[in-house]
Design a protein around this ligand. Structure first.
Ligand SMILES: [Zn+2]
Length: 116
């Protein structure tokens, strides 16, 4: 399962950061593109499993899905690709190149505030 491998690598990265500052991570946000899209529920589940017995246990994950973009070969318009229309919204051409898909990225980690 794709999500399991991703969750493990995310937890490893978060643990390194958590270790540096010595606080418990409680929330994280990742972003991903459309070709390697993650299922939100499967991802949270995989994360729960991967974070068992680590300081990340109980962490909440937010996934930002970044739409796929395409660039029109005829009018150079760059647009959000819609699989249901499949044409350039500016000129109606169906010839375009895909802009490289957004990589899977760990954007932000929030740590427990010791004062509260
Ligand atoms: Zn166009």
């Amino acid at each position: 399962m794709h999500e399991t491998a991703v969750a493990q690598s995310i937890i490893e990265t978060i643990l390194v950061e958590a270790d540096k500052i010595g606080k418990k991570p409680i929330w994280a946000r990742i972003s991903c593109g459309q070709f390697n899209a993650l299922n939100d529920e499967a991802m949270q589940f995989a994360l729960d499993v991967a974070s068992q017995d680590t300081p990340c246990k109980g962490i909440v994950l937010e996934i930002r899905h970044i739409p796929l973009r395409a660039s029109c070969k005829r009018c150079q318009n760059e647009f959000e690709f819609d699989i249901y229309s499949g044409t350039c919204p500016a000129c109606g051409s169906s010839e375009f190149d895909f802009v490289p898909d957004a990589p899977l990225l760990l954007e932000e980690i929030e740590f427990e505030d010791e004062d509260t």
